[in-house]
Design a binder for this molecule. Structure first.
Ligand code: C2E
Ligand code: MG
Ligand code: MG
Length: 492
């Protein structure tokens, strides 16, 4: 840089002096000599100027191909490498590596720690790749590994398995020990099939997504089936957009019973979609699509309005409505909730909103504020699916819930191993000590019912008692009957 500036200055200086001399007299031989030397100095300065310029361009090019945070090569470099090494008929394989749970690290520890984790992961993974493969950071928590040459696919798969194994040992960031996982998608080209680096990236991305869905910490090769499934999801999205207008949603209600008496004490509204073509689709399939597309807001409001209307006459029992994290993050949600309560005349103290822990990971102040706004109406907040993920006893201390719902998976595990049993019992004890009611979900057998009752649950929900049934059937169940036992086997 300094050489460049000096060259510019001397070039300008030499030019000015030369002009002055031309005007003052060309005839003088001494002056001619001086002029010749100045011209030489001028040429030298220009050469230096061009050289320093070229070096700057080289620096810029390296910068443009390097990821500024981790120092490894970036997405542009990947495409460039594929273009440069395009040898007809040479196999190429590309892996997309996505860190699992990285968002949680950012949310829990902040972005500064998140950045250090990315740097440490990039360093470790690129060292593992060594000379065997090219390593890139694509952005966020996404990396890519490329192998070119004979048996590229086999080499890459072996390498990725080693990467996964290596990630199992924790990263030490200050006094924190952070464990990362990864989901990996792989794709390859023969080198003569015309598949571009962008297409390979797209395919690896699809395969990576399949790895995530398949339970993470795995490698999956791309298959054309993924494209067909993606097409189905697009179709679901298109149909979902019309489903509200076409009145294709139904609400069923699954009763929760008192653990001791077996009497119905609450109902949980569960949405069903009966499409025009007769296909029934479960919420586990279409709710995630609705969440991704923003359709969850109108669908969620429909559920709330319909539930409050149906349950208005079911005196003495509570109505539980599932809320998506996306709904709760909508700042207008408390206002809309208030409007629906007004409109339907549903008593707020009979309404409970079920949230899952995915909503609770994030900024504590914002979450507490939105939960408080809901409570101001007198509506209860329930923590659903407890025991399925990161939520721990710490969450129960941090946020106050009116009720805790123990997930079916924890009930099943508690039956089989003592550690899970201890976790269930201690969670129930903490919840009870904090004045929360506790429901066990997914109870299918008498043995499970006995177990959760002994562990301290005060409500039970599950097919042992009831499946989800229509509003009319709920009304029948609640109608006073002459001395008939409340407990019955599921009818549908
Ligand atoms: P969830 O809130 O945990 O609901 C309980 C799920 O467990 C329901 O599945 C219910 O049918 C099922 N279940 C109940 N008892 C048993 C049992 O004894 N054994 C077994 N194997 N399963 C049992 P469903 O209706 O398919 O709903 C799945 C999930 O979809 C719900 O899980 C909830 O997270 C979501 N969901 C359902 N309706 C809505 C809704 O209106 N809005 C939102 N945002 N999510 C909903
Ligand atoms: Mg629920
Ligand atoms: Mg649940």
């Amino acid at each position: 840089m300094i050489v460049g500036q000096a060259a510019v200055l001397s070039a300008i200086f030499a030019g000015v002096v030369a002009l002055a001399m031309i005007f003052s007299g060309w005839e003088n031989p001494a002056l001619r000599l001086t002029l010749a030397s100045l011209a030489a100095a001028y040429v030298l300065a220009m050469v230096l100027l061009v050289r320093s310029g070229l070096a700057g361009i080289g620096d810029l090019e390296v910068l443009g191909l390097t990821d500024s945070l981790s120092g490894v090569r970036n997405r542009r470099a990947l495409h460039l490498d594929f273009a440069r090494h395009a040898i007809e008929g040479e196999e190429r394989a590309l892996a997309l590596v996505d860190l699992d749970g990285f968002k949680l690290i950012n949310d829990y520890y902040g972005h500064a720690v998140g950045d250090r984790v990315i740097k440490a992961a990039a360093l470790r993974l690129s060292e593992l790749c060594g000379d065997e493969a090219h390593f890139y950071r694509l952005g966020g928590d996404e990396f890519a590994v490329a192998v070119m040459g004979p048996l590229a696919g086999n080499v890459l798969e072996g390498l990725c398995r080693r990467l996964l194994k290596d990630l199992a040992s924790p990263f030490q960031i200050d006094n924190r020990s952070i464990v990362l996982g990864a989901s990996i998608g792989l794709s390859r080209s023969t080198g003569s099939d015309g598949i571009s680096s962008s297409e390979l990236l797209r395919r690896s991305d699809m395969a990576m997504y399949a790895s995530k869905l398949g339970g993470k910490m795995r490698c999956t090769w791309y298959s054309q089936e993924f494209d067909r499934k993606r097409e189905v999801m697009r179709q679901v999205e298109a149909d979902l957009r019309l489903a509200l207008d076409k009145d294709e949603f139904r609400l069923l209600y699954q009763p929760l019973v008192d653990a001791q008496s077996g009497q119905i004490v609450a109902v949980e509204a569960l949405i069903r979609w009966e499409r025009g073509d007769g296909v029934r689709m479960g919420p586990n399939i279409f709710i995630p699509v609705a969440e991704e597309t923003g359709l969850i807001d109108p669908i969620g409001l429909w559920v709330l309005r319909k539930g409050c209307t149906d349950a208005l006459g079911w005196d003495g029992i509570k109505l539980s409505i599932n809320l998506s994290s996306a709904q709760l993050r909508n700042p207008e949600f408390p206002i809309l909730l208030g409007q629906i309560l007004d409109e339907t005349g549903f008593p707020p103290e009979r309404l409970e909103l079920e949230v899952t822990e995915t909503y609770l990971v994030g900024d504590h102040a914002t979450i507490s504020r939105s939960l408080d706004m809901i409570r101001q109406f007198g509506v209860g907040v329930v923590l659903d699916d407890f025991g399925t993920g990161y939520a721990s006893i710490g969450f129960l201390r941090k946020y106050r819930f009116e009720k805790l719902k123990i997930d079916r998976s924890l009930v099943l595990e508690a039956q089989q191993d003592e550690g899970s049993m201890a976790m269930m019992v201690s969670s129930i004890a903490v919840a009870r000590a904090m004045d929360m009611a506790v429901t066990a979900e997914g109870v299918e057998t008498e043995a499970q019912a006995d177990l959760v009752r002994t562990a301290g649950c005060d409500q039970i929900q599950g097919w042992l008692y009831y499946k989800a049934i229509s509003a009319d059937e709920i009304a029948q169940q609640l109608a006073p009957k002459p001395a008939r036992p409340a407990r019955r086997k599921a009818a549908s």
